[in-house]
Design a protein around this ligand. Structure first.
Ligand code: 16G
Ligand code: ZN
Length: 528
């Protein structure tokens, strides 16, 4: 230990008196409140690496689509997946202890956690998005990791969240330092393999990077990508903090269902928007009258399901490899119906939050496609898939495309860059225009609103967040309201990221959807 514990705590655990929760996407808060959390996360990440015998544990500093004044941190397992759930409470407890208990208690606890039983030197892989608060917060994390653990830290500086997941996993696999270029080389390699089998034919693509870290990373990709001539990047000013996620980006486009700032409307282009840390993507296009059409996470997962099902059939692998789609309650009812009725694909529903979908996809299918409607998602290919396609006697072009697709889609986490490349490859092979893609099914009109409540913990749910358990009686009232509306569906859940309750409503028509949304919103206000 280089510095006495006491002075370390005095210096770095300066944000005190707050309560923190390691939620669906790690810790997230106003960046001014996070010093103590970062110091605690340094400890948690090092302990996790020690338990795993010194394997690399990732740490990503980001607040995704939140405003630029917020920040956050999440811990990544050596295989690139999210921190296992049982450690989330360890992280929460430690952050709250450091932020709320007297110095003596903190010293005792930290002393106990670092009491040197383990001779294993922890290894951390660290990255951050473009937020101004990033470097300072990183220094708080580095302080505990180096002073208390002498951890080996590889700091990649600015990264997208999926890059951090990917590089953590690559470090574990190779057991050596991995250059950031390995990320680009991997996905560009897969793209080139597909393009060699099937010439690429696509419209111009405009990529809105939410003025976040996706901007410079897309620029780096474009310097090496054969498709670059047809691809342009907008909202890539990641050095102007006030612009981050402001009037642009995946969250803005999905929630407001309109073009982001900075777009030149053109009916012949395909557009997509990333979020601030580039782990979410949604697409959209304009019809000949410049009417806006969104192609969100549901449209992306159904596109992949259509394409993979078709290839599996052509390769006569459909009875050998199972494929399914994982959604949340926010998936549009039309997409679920389309998957089940038109494609005959099994669909599972999980709670909101990428980790829930990810586990369901990995545990249930050889090819598990998962997307939240908001654009978070990927396609997971199992070992059985890889063994089957590698050993298959008939290495047809269709089989090879399946194999390369499994490489083009990030296997650690949803990735805006990799998802975008995969969608473009699929559209090119199918020779589908954006409107042809959109025609597969029509979304039911839907609305997502939020109600600010004094205590969101009063709203508890069951059935993958589709039904309320408490407040008592509210679900019955919602059921009555839904029953009166054609193709009506509505549910209420407490947000995991802010002090609010979210109300989702969908129905056969715009006016019925508005009606249902306002009735359920009023019911929530009545019961809170
Ligand atoms: C987090 C989740 C995202 C989810 C959102 C829901 C991750 C990496 N991110 O951002 O998947 O859609 O929370 O927010 O899991 P809410 O609970 O406020 O509705
Ligand atoms: Zn994000």
């Amino acid at each position: 230990m280089r510095e006495p514990l006491e002075s370390l705590i005095e210096q770095y655990c300066t944000t005190r008196g707050y309560r923190y929760v390691y939620g669906t996407a790690g810790f997230r808060d106003d960046s001014e409140k996070l010093d103590t959390v970062m110091f605690a996360t340094g400890i948690v990440a090092c302990l996790r690496s020690q338990v795993l015998n010194g394997k690399p544990v990732g740490v990503m500093i980001t607040a995704s689509h939140n405003p630029s004044g917020d920040n956050g941190v999440k811990v990544v397992e050596p295989d690139g997946s999210m921190l296992i759930q049982s450690w989330e409470s360890t992280a929460t407890e430690l952050a709250n202890l450091l932020a709320n208990r007297p110095l003596e208690d903190i010293k005792a606890k930290v002393g106990q956690l670092t009491s040197g039983e383990s001779s294993v030197r922890p290894q951390l892989i660290v990255g951050r998005d473009s937020r101004v608060s990033g470097p300072h917060l990183l220094s708080c994390l580095v302080a505990s990791a180096t002073s208390l653990f002498d951890a080996k830290i590889t700091d990649y500086g600015l990264l997208t969240t999926p890059q951090l997941h990917f590089l953590t996993n690559e470090t574990m696999i190779t057991g050596a330092h991995v250059d950031e270029q390995a990320y680009f080389a991997h996905f560009l390699g897969a793209w080139d393999q597909i393009a060699a089998l099937q010439p690429v034919k696509l419209p111009n693509v405009v990529v809105d990077c939410a003025n976040g870290i996706g901007g410079p990373k897309m620029s780096a990709l474009l310097t090496q990508w054969g498709f670059a001539k047809q691809c342009s990047v907008i909202n890539d000013k990641c050095d102007e903090p006030e612009l981050l996620n402001h009037g642009c980006g995946a969250d803005f486009v999905k929630t407001s269902q309109r073009l982001p700032n900075g777009v030149k409307p053109n009916a012949n282009d395909l557009y997509c928007s990333f979020d601030g840390d580039a782990d979410r993507v949604v697409f959209y296009y304009l019809d000949q009258n410049l009417g806006f059409h969104l192609l969100d996470g549901d449209k992306i997962s159904t596109l992949f399901a259509y394409f993979v099902a078709k290839l599996l059939k052509q390769c006569k692998l459909d009875s050998i490899l199972s494929m399914g789609v994982v959604q949340t309650a926010y998936a549009n009812g039309s997409s679920t119906k389309y998957l089940q009725d038109n494609l005959q694909v099994p669909v599972s529903c999980t709670k909101t939050g990428v980790k829930h979908l990810h586990h369901e996809a990995v545990n249930n299918y050889d090819i598990g496609i998962y997307f939240e409607a908001n654009g978070h998602g990927t396609v997971m290919f199992s070992n059985k898939f890889h063994e089957t396609v590698t050993n298959h006697a008939d290495q047809t072009p269709e089989l090879k495309i399946l194999k390369y697709l499994a490489k083009l889609i990030n296997q650690t986490v949803g990735d805006a860059i990799s998802d975008m490349m995969a969608v473009l490859a699929v559209l090119s092979i199918l020779q589908w225009s954006p409107s042809r893609w959109d025609r597969e099914f029509t979304d039911l009109p839907n609305k997502l609103t939020k109600v600010v409540v004094s205590d969101r913990s009063a709203f508890t749910t069951t059935d993958q967040e589709r039904r309320l358990v408490s407040p008592a009686g509210l679900q019955d009232k919602i059921d009555e309201a839904v029953a009166r509306i054609k193709s009506g569906r509505s549910f209420v859940r407490a947000s995991g990221t802010e002090d609010a309750v979210r109300v989702y409503a969908e129905a056969a028509t715009q006016s019925e959807k508005d009606q249902l949304s306002s009735i359920v919103g009023d019911l929530v206000r009545e019961y809170c």
